[in-house]
Ligand binder design. Structure first.
Ligand SMILES: C[S@@+](CC[C@H](N)C(=O)[O-])C[C@H]1O[C@@H](n2cnc3c(N)ncnc32)[C@H](O)[C@@H]1O
Length: 424
């Protein structure tokens, strides 16, 4: 039996769904032991491959394994008693190294805010005692002094904690403290390169963050040989993440000539930068209005449509309510026409993972009222979480009344609501 923890991304609901769905697809049965907005703790029969899994997920910031679970009341004393015992050494200390550096991060693991803080305030003492104990048995030890509750992935990476030391993670649950060690961290440098380092960027038309693109791709749960379409490809972020995830059959289209050029430029850059052989991929990118997309793609040949469509005028920030309402009607027509075409090109078991815009005005949310229209076209909504594991009730997922998830960034007028549909 193994217990793993996942430090979650900014949108905890999407992170949890992403992690649980991917583990399910891999055939790894899990039980949820604890969950908060920061942490997900799961029990599995067989362990997980943390370093490859973190690259597959768009959501987890850190993945680690739990060493032991302690009762909250006497956590400090019990844990300190275990430090330098043989199993502690085997679990935490990298083979053979005599110079080690460690750090401690504290996360809420379902416990009360007050309890999390209480643990955090005592961490400096814990760090000193662990250092002294390890020095007594011949190690040269440094530890990272922090001001925040948790160490960032950047620090964990810079201090080489995963190879020349360890990061202890304390997950504070309702009655217990989970003590674990980080095994893998998100490749933040690569994400930043894929977002800001690309040659063609179009902030005006909008670009989906690469991590969100990956979450969306993962939501359809399709195998790597399936045909994936993005009919609003923009600068090609979703196609780019599909290539990196190992999808080989891709179609991208957009009504704008500039977007098609941007997508091609970015894909060329990606193949070169990531040293991938283009001959192993079948990628078609062309200009077409989504409302006529079935004229360019054979019927029932697409396995999944993953897309962030046009989310409305970039001027929506300054719109008054009347204009927002008009924009919503206009977008609704475009989306329904798009679903009409999706119906034709999708295989019978085809899936659509899509973003709908949600406008905010005067503290209220306004969304496209097109669900019935989509159902009438022959689609049904699919649950975002494909399978409910044991302990599901601990997840506390934040879903909208329509069963979607809102992805919101402070300062944005238009939020994104995420849905998955399948053919009826
Ligand atoms: C929000 S952007 C998509 C950005 C893309 N996800 C990315 O990360 O680069 C929306 C795209 O929809 C395209 N578009 C707008 N109306 C369209 C239509 N009727 N048919 C096809 N594409 C359209 C725009 O040219 C724009 O590139």
């Amino acid at each position: 039996m193994h217990i793993n923890f996942f430090v979650l991304g900014a949108n905890h609901t999407l992170s949890k769904i992403d992690i649980i769905n991917i583990l399910f697809k891999k055939g790894i049965e899990i039980e949820i032991l604890g969950a908060s907005e920061e942490l997900l703790i799961v029990k599995t029969e067989r362990g997980i491959e943390a370093s490859s899994l973190i690259n597959e997920l768009g959501s987890a910031v850190k993945i680690g394994e739990v060493f032991r679970i302690y009762a909250k009341e006497d956590f400090f004393d019990s844990f300190l008693k275990d430090v330098i015992k043989e199993d502690f050494n085997r679990f935490f200390l990298p083979n053979g190294a005599k110079n080690v550096c460690f750090g401690i991060s504290v996360y809420g693991g379902g416990g009360k805010f007050k309890d999390v803080n209480e643990v955090f305030y005592r961490v400096s003492g814990l760090e000193r005692e662990i250092k002294e104990k390890l020095e007594k048995i011949g190690f040269r030890v440094n530890y990272i002094k922090r001001r925040e509750k948790e160490l960032s992935s950047v620090i964990v990476n810079k201090k080489n904690l995963l190879r020349q030391g360890f990061e202890i993670v304390l997950g504070v649950g309702e009655k217990e403290v989970y003590v674990g060690k980080t095994l893998a961290i998100q490749d933040y440098k690569s994400y930043s390169l894929r977002d800001y380092g690309r040659p063609a960027r179009d902030p005006r038309a909008g670009m989906i963050p690469p991590k969100l693109a990956k979450i969306l791709i993962n939501l359809v749960l399709k195998d790597k040989d399936k045909t994936m379409l993005d009919p609003f490809c923009g600068s090609g972020t979703i196609l780019q993440e599909e290539v990196l995830l190992g999808y080989k059959n891709l179609i991208g289209s957009d009504s704008s000539e500039k977007s098609i050029k941007d997508t091609q430029t970015n894909l060329n850059w990606l193949f070169e930068k990531f040293n991938l052989n283009r001959e192993n991929y079948l990628i078609r990118v062309f200009k077409e209005d989504v409302q006529k997309i079935a004229s360019k793609i054979n019927f029932k040949t697409v396995d999944a449509i993953i897309t962030e469509p046009y989310l409305g005028s970039p001027r929506a920030k300054s719109f008054h309510l009347g204009l927002i309402e008009k924009e919503i009607v206009k977008l609704g027509r475009l989306y329904l026409a798009a679903f009409g075409e999706f119906k034709k090109v999708l295989r019978d078991d085809g899936v659509v993972a899509i973003i709908f815009p949600v406008f905010r005005f005067g503290g209220q949310f306004y969304h496209l009222d097109i669900m019935d229209g989509i159902y009438a076209l022959g689609f049904k909504k699919r649950e975002l979480l494909i399978n409910k594991p044991l302990g599901f009730e601990k997840l506390n997922l934040k879903l909208t009344s329509r069963g979607g998830v809102i992805f919101f960034r402070p300062g944005q007028t238009v939020s994104r609501e995420i849905f998955v549909f399948e053919k009826n």
